[in-house]
Design a protein around this ligand. Structure first.
Ligand SMILES: [Zn+2]
Length: 412
């Protein structure tokens, strides 16, 4: 081999190892039962010796661990299966929303190991101050993770607005944010996580997108194509098609809250009129139910509405029915356009689903051309109210699993 070929050969060698690490780790992550080394060799087509070497690397880097041995089923030592490690790297999920901050830590196996929700009306708060509060919560999460043997290997931040490729929040109408340079503002503080080669330290994304991704990767697996709607003060949607998020040309898809349901209706913060948010956003429902915001902090609005509806309160039931009808008009339009068969109600909509689903389904039945012979399922989200923060942390974890070599390089 000539000297000029040597570096290329070295790169190929490195790439092959990286591919094998990702291949084996991906199989372990996707397996229903902890696979043995022999199972992994069969599944990947790699030799037993290669699998053993790769598994040693993954064990040393705390990416996998050996499961408790299965009961003996014959002679010989039972093969020990491999599982994703519950110590080692973890993802930090962050969320800034209109009336709360959320922070969570998710381990490689997808378990939520830390969760904090701080309720506060963030509309009057300067973005830099809101992010400073979030950094403080993240510091507590990091300390708690360390106590559990976890190292934060990256962070993702969910915001209720339009985010560009550089992580700049172009517009978050309900927060009142415009052109907020989130990465630069966070860089004023000490780093939230470790630096891992090949991994972004921070990704900023739309909360509805991250919540939809969280739902897509939740267990047990759901459908590969669905519409996920996050109902907060604002309403956002994540469109998942064939197992991938449809982001749109500029990454700004999913603004379902600004679909007009009454074209000449109430003015909206976006500058338009009659947007869905004005009829099915959390504040609209609360007002229609006769609950003054002053008497009812935003953080308790959903729980209070559910409580009233449960007790048969006529105003709350009417408010939820009307919101569900408006939501159904918008959803029927999306279903007609995209031919989806599953709609997931997430965020603040999840606990209200028993009252929102019937009117949404009624609108679908009357407005979707194909509804008669191809029913659409409308159901609450699997993840709870902090789906966006959990989805954000999960997106970090999936990056580690997809490219484990970066984490291993950090471990030396
Ligand atoms: Zn609007």
């Amino acid at each position: 081999m000539s000297p000029t070929n040597a570096p290329a050969g070295a790169v190929r060698q490195g790439s092959l190892r990286e591919l094998n690490l990702a291949l084996v780790l991906g199989r372990i992550a996707a397996a229903d039962r902890p696979p043995s080394r022999a199972d992994l060799a069969t599944a990947t087509g790699l030799t037993r010796a290669t699998v053993s070497a790769v598994v040693e690397d993954l064990l040393a880097g705390q990416l996998v661990s050996e499961a408790d041995p299965a009961p003996r089923s014959g002679a010989g030592r039972p093969a020990r299966g491999l599982v994703l490690a519950d110590q080692g790297p973890a993802g930090l999920g962050l969320e800034v929303n209109v009336d709360y901050l959320a922070v969570c830590v998710v381990d490689l196996a997808g378990q939520v190991r830390h969760r904090t929700v701080h309720r506060a009306d963030l509309r009057p708060v300067d973005p830099a101050d809101a992010l400073a509060r979030l950094v403080e919560l993240a510091g507590q999460a990091r300390a708690d993770a360390a106590r559990q043997g976890l190292t934060l290997a990256g962070a993702a931040l969910a915001v209720p607005g339009l985010v560009d490729d550089a992580g700049m929040v172009r517009l978050a109408p309900n927060l009142g944010w415009r052109d907020v340079p989130v990465p630069a503002l966070l860089a004023r503080h000490s780093p939230l996580t470790e630096q891992v080669p090949g991994m972004p330290a921070l990704v900023v994304d739309n909360e509805a997108n991250l919540a939809a991704l969280g739902e897509l990767h939740s267990r047990p697996p759901g459908p590969a194509s669905f519409l996920h709607i996050s109902g907060e003060v604002g309403i956002g949607a994540g469109i998942v098609l064939d197992g991938a998020l449809f982001r749109g040309v500029r990454g700004w898809s999913g603004e379902i809250g600004h679909l007009p349901v009454h074209p000449q209706g109430l003015p909206c913060r976006c500058g338009g009129r009659g947007c869905l948010e004005q009829y099915a956003g959390q504040e609209a429902i609360v007002a229609a139910a006769g609950l003054a915001r002053a008497e009812l902090p935003a953080d308790t609005a959903t729980a209070r509405l559910a409580e009233l509806a449960e007790g048969g309160d006529a105003a709350a039931l009417r408010a939820l029915h009307d919101a569900g009808t408006a939501l159904g008009v918008a959803v029927a339009g999306v279903v007609n356009l995209l031919d989806l068969d599953t709609v997931v109600l997430g965020g603040g909509y999840a606990p209200l689903a028993p009252w929102l689903c019937p009117p949404v389904l009624a609108e679908i039945a009357s407005r979707v051309l194909t509804a008669a012979w191809s029913p659409v399922t409308v159901r609450p989200a699997t993840l709870g109210a902090e789906a966006a923060a959990v989805g954000a942390a999960g997106s970090v974890v999936r990056r580690i699993v997809a490219r484990p070599a970066g984490w291993l390089a950090r471990c030396g």
